[in-house]
Ligand binder design. Sequence first.
Ligand SMILES: Nc1ncnc2c1ncn2[C@@H]1O[C@H](COP(=O)(O)OP(=O)(O)OP(=O)(O)O)[C@@H](O)[C@H]1O
Ligand SMILES: [Mg+2]
Length: 384
Amino acid sequence: MIAYKKRKDADMVLKNINVSQFRNYSNLDLTLKNGINIIYGDNAQGKTNLLESIYVLALTKSHRSFIDNSLIKAGEKSAKIKGTVIENNVPFQLEIVINSKNKKIKIDQNEIKRVSDYINKMNIIIFYPEDLELIKSSPGIRRRFLNLELSQIDGQYLNLYGEFSKILKMRNDYLKKINKGLPIDMGYFEILNDYFIEKAVEIYQRRAHYINLINERCGKIFSELSGLSGLHLQYKTTIPIENQSSLFLQEQLREKLNKMKEAEIRLGVTFCGPHRDDFEFYIDSQNIKFFGSQGQQRMAILALKLSEIDIFKEETKKSPILLLDDVFSELDDTKKNNLLGYIKQDIQTIITTTDLKNIDETILKHAKLIQIQNGQVIDIKEEE
Ligand SMILES: Nc1ncnc2c1ncn2[C@@H]1O[C@H](COP(=O)(O)OP(=O)(O)OP(=O)(O)O)[C@@H](O)[C@H]1O
Ligand SMILES: [Mg+2]
């Protein structure tokens, strides 16, 4: 059969979502389109809540609240989100019910016991205003980002990181015992140290590889969005990680740890390793944390997210759904339209914004426009 479509449909599409008693929604049933969906409305009407419901449907928890109870509509007992996803033309249904005590998840009406069997079904990449913290905030946030992103594309990463964290804790416990003069088995400490070094270097290398993948893409995307060249990430580690062999890196880390040993024992903590990693955003030689404008910082994060999509697609052969919350604030009209123009049609995108002013007519014509007021859809426009 010959396909006459000019544009390829997205491989993964959230076709329909049904939200009940979630945040400020009583009941909402919404059909979404393949390309760009724009959810607009005044402040506090439920735009972010709607995106959040999609995020929760995909990942079983919220990106902005640790407390599940806050997701349930005030005065109600449980919230329910259902969605029909189409992946490569095959539809399936996801469902999550959140009670004050627990959550139930279902795929095609069958209850799923293990969250890990559920959360890889619908893939999401989200941008939300708090993502700017990635530039502004402390290194822990950026390490968490690396861990999260790497676990999505690298099947062994999560286990590797889990093992590393366990060994790190044991190593620190040993250092504390040595400091207190407690009897310890030094031979065992050496084994622990070897193991720590081995795992640390493996994590360094995987993170360095991921940052390289980002760097191969983000400069070009940033320049398409902003007209500026030179955006890149710099990976900051306690030992320099370039293309050296694992053995060479292990020896370097060992040397560094040896130098630090006395101080480590005194304080009972391990000073060197991927648990101290960081990365920074630069435009050429300028760190944008200190030099970048708000808009530039926002576009840098967007370039990072759009790079992630590219990497995710290449590594997993799946295309995620892109959620953009309030992404237009601080962007001038040209940049808004650059962004919308960049978002490829082969990815389903759901964007929230307070107004449609100054958005390119052709983009508006092709997008589905959904107006929200007080937890209800009050207007929908979509070309036939
Ligand atoms: N559990 C809940 N029950 C009822 N209402 C809730 C609940 N949680 C949040 N809300 C309400 O949802 C509204 C906020 O919705 P949301 O954050 O989606 O706004 P928004 O449309 O994204 O606004 P903005 O443009 O300011 O970002 C607030 O009025 C808030 O009181
Ligand atoms: Mg909002």
